[in-house]
Every structure is written in structure tokens, then in C-alpha cells.
Design a protein around this ligand. Structure first.
Ligand SMILES: O=P(O)(O)OC[C@H]1O[C@H](OP(=O)(O)OP(=O)(O)O)[C@H](O)[C@@H]1O
Ligand SMILES: Nc1nc2[nH]cnc2c(=O)[nH]1
Length: 250
């Protein structure tokens, strides 16, 4: 299209010159009028050429405008929930340093048992701070279903893959609340005859305890509030928050 417009505009003076010369020969046009006419044609050529050159930009602009109209007229597919969970703002981030575990005063290799799913983020940060020999395995239990209160029944979803007989075991938990999960796990792991079991948790809510449970390493003792973030969920959501928040309303 643009090429044909260009060819036409280049050819126009020649066509006009030929026709006008015929009129001059014929006597119906004077040479002076012909020269004046060409002077006008020359003045008109540059605005016409500018208009022709602007053609691609005008086309692109109209396509972009069309896209904008399509974008604004597309119906929204993600709807906000009617009753969203409200999280209390929390500004502190978690940094682990100088981590060490000891058994009867001796530095021996340890076996971390990470309790899925909630502990996976904490464990990932923790293990990178441990100097010396460390092995890791995962066990998966669940007792909260999609609620903020324990069902009271701890379900073993995945057992260990490794033999921990005679090993120094550290169980890594994200949070201890009623204590029922770890009470169940300690009994379960003891059947595998480890040398020793120690319990490490990022968060502890001692005032919620329903069973007695000695805890060896505690990150933070916290009040009775429902926690999410940093691997910890509410109905499987919010594990991806890079900080810890409390659920205010749900
Ligand atoms: O002391 P308790 O009252 O037993 O509560 C603590 C447990 O609750 C959470 O697990 P949950 O059952 O929600 O499973 P998840 O880790 O897969 O989210 C948390 O990760 C602890 O394992
Ligand atoms: N997500 C979550 N799970 C828990 N399990 C026991 N306590 C809690 C808590 O505060 N938050």
C-alpha cells in the first residue's frame, strides 16, 4: 500500500508535465501558467510526502489503541473473596545465626527430621546455618485440617525413608501449640530406637499446651494467636509469606 502511494506521488509530476505540455502546444495554456503551476506542485509535495511517511506510525497507533480498548473492555476473571482473611501487619523478618546442637556436651553428627509441611521453610534456613555433619529426612503429619483448632487426631501422612537407629535426632517443627503433634511423633520415632531425640521449634505457644512436652530449642515464645507465613498455613494458604503474621479475622 505504502509503496504504491510512493510510486504514484513520484510519477505525478511527470504525468502532469506531459499533459500540461500538450495543453501548451495546443495553445490553451501559457508557458507562464505552466511554470507557476509547477512551483505550486513543488510546494505541495513535501507536506504530502510527510503525510505518506507518517502512515506506518498512524497504523501502529491505531492497533495499539485497539489493544487498549480490548484490554479495558475484557471482563475481570479473578474475583475478590467475599470474606477475606485479615492479617495483622508484621514487620520483622527472621534471620538465623550461630546455630548449634549438642549431645551430652559432645559435637556429633546429627539427623534432622523435618515435620512437613509447615517446617519446610524454617528447616531450609536452619540447615544452612549448621556447621558439621548433618543428615536430613522428612516426616509428614497433620491434625489441623482447614481449622485453627487441632482436631485432636494426628494423622501420619508420610513416614521416614531412613533408618535412625542409634542416631542423634533433632525434630524440626515450625510451631508447637497443643503439643499433640510432637507427643505423637516422639512416641512414633522412639519405636525406631534413636540414640537421643531433641526437639527444636521456631515458635512455641506454651499457654495452649494440652500434654506435657519438653522442648530443647525454642526460637520465639509467642502468645495465643493463630500464625501464618514462613511455611505456616491457614487452610494451605499463606505458606509463601516471607514473614510471620497473625490472623486477625477469618
Ligand atoms: O502442637 P499442635 O497443636 O499439635 O500443633 C502443631 C502442628 O500444627 C501444624 O501442623 P498442621 O497439622 O497444621 O499440618 P501442616 O504442618 O501440614 O500445616 C504445625 O505445623 C505443627 O506441626
Ligand atoms: N497455621 C497454624 N497452624 C498451627 N498449628 C498450631 N498452631 C498453629 C498456628 O498458630 N498456626
Amino acid at each position: 500500500m505504502l509503496a504504491s502511494v510512493n510510486v504514484l506521488s513520484d510519477m505525478t509530476p511527470f504525468i502532469v508535465a506531459i499533459v500540461a505540455s500538450l495543453f501548451v502546444i495546443d495553445g490553451s495554456l501559457t508557458v507562464g501558467s505552466l511554470i507557476a503551476f509547477f512551483a505550486y506542485v513543488d510546494k505541495m509535495r513535501s507536506p504530502v510526502a510527510a503525510l505518506v511517511n507518517a502512515y506506518p506510525a498512524i497504523t501502529e497507533g491505531s492497533v495499539a489503541l485497539n489493544r487498549l480498548f480490548t484490554f479495558f473492555s475484557t471482563p475481570q476473571t479473578i474475583q475478590e473473596k467475599a470474606n477475606p482473611v485479615i492479617l495483622k501487619q508484621f514487620t520483622h523478618s527472621i534471620k538465623l545465626n550461630k546455630v548449634s546442637f549438642s549431645y551430652d556436651g559432645k559435637d556429633e553428627s546429627i539427623f534432622l527430621i523435618v515435620v512437613l509441611k509447615g517446617s519446610f521453610v524454617f528447616a531450609a534456613d536452619l540447615i544452612r546455618e549448621i556447621k558439621g555433619d548433618v543428615k536430613v529426612d522428612f516426616i509428614s503429619v497433620s491434625s489441623y485440617s482447614d481449622q485453627t483448632e487441632t482436631t485432636g487426631k494426628v494423622k501420619l501422612l508420610k513416614d521416614l525413608d531412613t533408618d535412625i537407629t542409634n542416631k542423634n535426632v533433632v525434630v524440626v517443627e515450625d510451631i508447637i501449640d497443643s503439643g499433640l503433634t510432637l507427643h505423637f511423633l516422639r512416641d512414633h520415632l522412639n519405636m525406631h530406637k534413636p540414640k537421643q531425640i531433641k526437639i527444636c521449634t521456631l515458635l512455641d505457644k506454651p499457654e495452649r499446651r494440652r500434654v506435657e512436652l519438653p522442648v530443647d530449642y525454642v526460637g520465639f515464645v509467642i502468645p495465643d494467636e493463630f500464625i501464618v507465613g514462613y511455611g505456616i498455613d491457614f487452610a494451605q494458604m499463606y505458606r509463601n509469606l516471607p514473614y510471620i503474621a497473625t490472623v486477625e479475622e477469618y
